[in-house]
Ligand binder design. Structure first.
Ligand code: 13P
Length: 283
């Protein structure tokens, strides 16, 4: 059964570790992430962007597939199915489709409009027993350029009853440019102090050095999102398989064989992150 992400994140906040959000793209991806989390006994949040949802033919397909896989695979750790960077309409669609958690990304609206829409979606999500994440200060790479969130705006959004908050602290989605200045820990500290100990979310987890992750966790981050890093290891392992001509040996073209090295690479990457975030054995 899917659970919302509130309890696992409050436990992480109080226990000073991070829960991973691994984004999923298809059945193989989901299987790899769930296998890694079950083997390490880690709670997990499966992130689905609107684009990935569309790719998998719609949110209803995703919810049905993930729920059935959790059941068929005998998963015992808490699993939340979460919309990543949702629009207002996307959030409503995921509530209908059977997700257990949503993120409303209103960071590109004025703060007044972000407050208004977030407030409505908080009431809707909670009426369905779902958790909700909101965003202040664009995270670079999706809609903005890696802003630093204003603590007062963060406090306004937190006061609406959101369960966890994504606040920009110089983080960017995708691979960081060579001249990236790093996370702004002073900003993180100010945001943490202004937001009543709400679990904070670190987007753009790919490529953030390990010591910065540890420091972010110590300053109130309880959820860390990883997407690109799994895509990179999947592509690298698949490329190697094909370049070695393995798809042309015997039945190496069988998708169950062709996709296996990539799937294994995702599993290994997830285990590495679980170790780093300190969430092994917490599920
Ligand atoms: P990366 O792709 O940089 O790992 O970021 C993932 C993310 O934050 C999803 O919202």
């Amino acid at each position: 059964m899917l659970v919302n992400a509130t309890e696992m994140l409050l436990k992480a906040r109080d226990g000073h570790y991070g829960v991973p959000q691994f984004n999923i793209n298809n059945l193989e991806w989901t299987k790899s992430v769930l296998t890694a989390c079950e083997e390490t006994k880690s709670p997990v949040i499966l992130g689905v962007s609107e684009g990935a949802g569309k790719y998998m033919t719609g949110f209803k397909t995703v919810a049905a597939m993930v729920s059935a896989m959790v059941d068929s695979m005998g998963i015992t750790v808490p699993v939340a199915l979460h919309l990543d960077h949702g629009t207002y309409e996307g959030c409503k669609a995921c509530i209908e489709a059977g997700f257990s958690s949503i993120m409303f990304d209103g960071s590109h609206y004025s703060i007044e409009e972000n407050v208004e829409k977030t407030k409505e979606l908080v009431a809707l999500a909670h009426a369905h027993g779902m958790s909700i994440e909101a965003e202040v200060g664009s995270i670079g790479g999706v809609v903005g350029a890696g802003e630093i969130a204003d603590p007062e705006e963060c406090a306004k959004i937190t006061a609406l009853g959101v369960d966890f908050l994504a606040a920009g602290i110089g983080n960017i989605h995708g691979v960081y440019p060579a001249n990236w200045k790093g996370l702004d820990f002073e900003a993180l500290d100010r945001i943490h102090k202004a937001t009543n100990n709400i679990p904070l979310v670190l987007h753009g987890g790919t490529g953030i050095p390990d010591e910065m992750i540890a420091k972010a966790i110590s300053l109130g981050v309880s959820k860390i999102n990883i997407n690109t890093e799994c895509q990179l290891v999947f592509a690298e392992a698949t490329r190697k398989y094909i370049e070695e001509g393995k798809d042309q040996q015997g039945k190496g073209f069988d998708p169950r064989k062709l996709l296996a090295p990539g799937a294994k690479a995702i599993e290994a990457k997830c285990k590495e992150k679980i170790e780093l975030f300190g969430c092994a054995g917490k599920g």
